[in-house]
Design a protein around this ligand. Structure first.
Ligand SMILES: N[C@@H](CCC(=O)N[C@@H](CS)C(=O)NCC(=O)O)C(=O)O
Length: 356
């Protein structure tokens, strides 16, 4: 098949009204100006109809949002899983948000994510807050949209916070450092490199492979060879990330030169996940041992039941530098707040389950 004919076949697939591909590529969840609750009240067939009609009617021209307004933000997903990263970021930026706890593949998760995964972030602007750039007309159809992928959500939140502060004169000192460097800068290139590396080399290729083929093997099947390889991959990628940690004085380190960033949230969260599955040691094995680190936190993707899971290999040794870094992350007020929220969510769901 020639390139031109491949391209037209691909475009035809995307344009198919019922095409799954279109739904996957289109991150604008078709809720328009409905509230999330109203959207959830639709039955499956009504929701799919709405998704299709949104796909066919949404404008292809770019839209410009009124950045002086902060949209209403709703974070979907269980905070024992990847959504914790986003709750932590929201707390760091002091952005008001609603939280809808839900499990992957639940009806609620499927209403905001095409695969029913978590997290997803629903962003809702009031009517008339979106301008169509081409004709400068108000475009009400684009006032609500969903963002998926934990890393993309945090980058969006950092950008949103910066742009909002920049468009509000009286907020100049507030949220100036938004944990995500501005686009088209050397720092942003570094940030994007690190975030992609963490997501692909650590999250997807190592930790997630372990989770899929061990704890969730009843769904995804057993694959011991893949898990062993994933563990090796983790060790290599962790070494590369540790080399990126910059010391600031004796007690502080970050991934970016300007200080703590959303890349640290992602990396630290992956390290906590690795500690829970026994891939990364929880303490330094020497006289360097820290007595104050809180190792009881289980703020990582759905792993609170795996603390005692058998491990095939010895955990990777924790270096004093990495131990200090993780302790610094756990001591951040925003981490503590998000962790409290996670614990409250677990207590609430335990209480609800005990009533059933
Ligand atoms: N790359 C995605 C991964 C999302 C993901 O896989 N989340 C898990 C829970 S932490 C999930 O929903 N799993 C269900 C599935 O894989 O279908 C992200 O970072 O947001």
């Amino acid at each position: 098949m020639g390139f031109k004919s491949f391209l037209s076949t691909a475009i035809a697939a995307i344009n198919t009204p019922n095409g799954k591909l279109r739904n996957l590529l289109n991150i604008n969840v078709p809720i328009h100006n409905r509230t999330a609750a109203a959207f959830l009240s639709l039955n499956d067939s009504q929701r799919h109809k709405a998704m299709r009609s949104s796909s066919t009617t949404s404008s292809s021209s770019p839209s410009k949002l009124d950045l002086t307004i902060l949209p209403s933000l709703t974070l979907y997903g269980d905070l024992n899983m990847r959504p914790f990263r986003n709750a932590w970021m929201l707390q760091e930026l002091q952005l008001p948000y609603k939280h809808v706890p839900c499990k992957p593949w639940s009806r609620v998760a499927k209403s905001v994510h095409p695969l029913g995964k978590v997290p997803a972030l629903l962003v809702e602007y009031p009517p008339n807050a979106t301008k169509n750039v081409e004709d400068n007309a108000t475009s009400n159809g684009e006032n609500s949209f969903a963002v998926m992928e934990s890393a993309a959500i945090n980058t969006y939140l950092g950008d949103l916070s910066r742009e909002h502060a920049n468009s509000n004169e009286n907020e100049t000192n507030h949220r100036r450092f938004t944990l995500v460097p501005p686009p088209a800068t050397r720092e942003r290139a570094k940030y994007d490199s690190l975030v992609s590396f963490i997501m692909t080399e650590i999250d997807s290729q190592s930790l997630w492979i372990h989770r899929k083929h061990s704890d969730l093997s009843n769904v995804f099947g057993e694959a011991p060879v893949a898990v062993t390889e994933a563990r090796r991959q983790f060790e290599k990628a962790l070494g590369a990330m540790e080399a990126e940690l910059r010391m600031e004085g004796e007690s502080c380190s970050h991934l970016l030169p300007d200080g703590f960033s959303a890349a640290d949230i992602l990396f630290a969260n992956c390290c906590f996940w690795a500690q829970q599955i026994g891939w990364l040691a929880k303490k330094v094995e020497s006289s360097h041992q820290s007595s104050s680190g809180d190792h009881s936190n289980s703020a990582s993707p759905g792993l609170q039941d795996e603390k005692d899971a058998p491990v095939a290999m010895e955990p990777v040794t924790l270096s004093p530098k990495l131990e200090m870094y993780l302790k610094m992350c756990r001591c951040r007020p925003a981490f503590i707040q998000a962790n409290q929220q996670r614990k409250m969510q677990s207590e609430t769901s335990a209480a609800q389950n005990s009533k059933l």
